[in-house]
Ligand binder design. Structure first.
Ligand SMILES: [Zn+2]
Length: 64
């Protein structure tokens, strides 16, 4: 049985991977690899979620 897709799943503009934007404790939005995000997650948890900045092969394009 596959995990339901997160309702806010988007595609990375750089590499087309499925990502979800979650809130950090600082209140910023962070792109997270969608595979690690449960459908009711809304806050970034570094123990469970993987920042897409760490896995995106095109991460340099985010920095501007
Ligand atoms: Zn990417």
């Amino acid at each position: 049985m596959s995990q339901p897709e997160h309702e806010y799943v988007k595609r990375c503009r750089a590499c087309d991977a499925p990502i979800v934007f979650l809130r950090t404790k600082a209140g910023k939005l962070m792109p997270v690899d969608a595979g690690a995000v449960l459908h009711d997650d809304y806050q970034f948890d570094h123990k469970r979620h993987v920042s897409h900045f760490a896995t995106c092969p095109e991460a340099a394009t985010f920095r501007n």
